[in-house]
Design a protein around this ligand. Structure first.
Ligand code: 13P
Ligand code: SF4
Length: 312
């Protein structure tokens, strides 16, 4: 039996905050986490924003509520801090679709290509890549690679196809995809848009090309909050994991948000509960570390991305 099952949510939240204070810790929550986790987070954001927050914080302990590659990215950028992932098995199926052996094989087939890896990859894969990217900066990262006319883009084929629309470079795709976003069909989106004809449709670039065709705006999870706040429409259909709805509704009380489908749930993102967070803090589990030899090379790929100028 879970030792903290007898606590109600309010008590758990209080105990977590107490423990965070006592240990000089912070709680970071990805935009797809359960609402009650997002509610008590010190910082909520996308995969890149959370890692940057982890790197800049004065806290010694970081409880990372997200999936494994995100906690690993935080550990790459902040090796001196304790990074805890409350559920070890919270992984990203798309990140698991590429391994080092596969990457080395495709690199051999295209020796003249530069490798751009999506942040949704393991540290070992990042270490074998030239530069990292996120959904927020993938196009800019690819176009920043002067002298490289050919790119191997791993692992998300949908994001890779999206990027190839905005570059003259040849993009070699990897057959990876996000099971949650790839499941969304154009038919489902058309049906919801038919029910809400005034609504705008905003989609994450991990969706299929035919779904992206229907979108008024395509962006990362953090970009969706920005768009929702700025757009003059009062109704939006959301083409990403439904965890984003928590903050969207909180920050835009005058607007209405509709799911593009009831299946837009990433089961891995929903694994971590309040009980897990408290257990993680009290027992310092599961500490995420990266072997130094891999960490330094993976950090180079991330630093390369961070050096690409932001959009004005
Ligand atoms: P973001 O980088 O936009 O947070 O997306 C991460 C992710 O896993 C999307 O499915
Ligand atoms: Fe991975 Fe998709 Fe879940 Fe994001 S939503 S963590 S890409 S499986």
């Amino acid at each position: 039996m879970d030792p903290y099952e007898i606590f109600d949510d309010q008590l758990l939240k209080e105990k977590i905050r107490e423990e965070l204070n006592r240990q000089n810790g912070i709680l970071l929550a990805h935009n797809y986490q359960r609402a009650e986790i997002q509610e008590i987070a010190d910082f909520g954001g996308d995969s890149l924003g959370l890692s940057q927050e982890a790197a800049s914080t004065e806290a010694e302990v970081i409880v990372f509520c997200g999936v494994h590659f995100m906690a690993e990215t935080a550990a790459i950028l902040s090796p001196q801090k304790t990074v805890l992932l409350p559920r070890r098995e919270a992984g990203c199926p798309m990140a698991d679709m590429v391994d080092v052996e596969g990457l080395l094989r495709i690199k051999e087939e295209h020796p003249d290509a530069a490798v751009v890896c999506y942040v949704n990859t393991s540290a070992a894969v990042k270490a074998e890549s030239d530069i990292c990217c996120t959904s927020a900066n993938a196009v800019r990262v690819v176009n920043s690679l002067e002298g490289a006319n050919k790119i191997i883009f791993i692992p998300d084929k949908n994001l890779g196809m999206y990027v190839s629309r905005f570059t003259d470079k040849e993009v070699v795709l990897w057959e990876g995809f996000c099971p949650t976003h790839h499941r969304l069909s154009a038919g489902e989106v058309k049906e919801v848009l038919g029910e809400h004809p005034q609504a705008r449709f905003v989609a994450h670039p991990e969706c299929r090309p035919e779904v992206l065709e229907l979108a008024d705006h395509i962006c990362s999870t953090s970009g969706i909050y920005k768009y929702a706040g700025e757009v003059d429409a009062r109704e939006l259909v959301i083409g990403t994991e439904m965890g984003v709805l928590y903050r969207l509704q909180l920050e835009n009380r005058d607007k209405r948000f509709y799911r593009s489908s009831n299946d837009m749930i990433c089961p891995n993102m929903k694994l971590i509960t309040l009980q897990d967070v408290l257990y993680s803090l009290l027992h310092r589990v599961h500490a995420i570390t990266v072997p130094e030899e891999i960490r330094v090379r993976a950090e180079k790929a991330i630093d390369g991305m961070l050096a690409v100028p932001r959009e004005r």
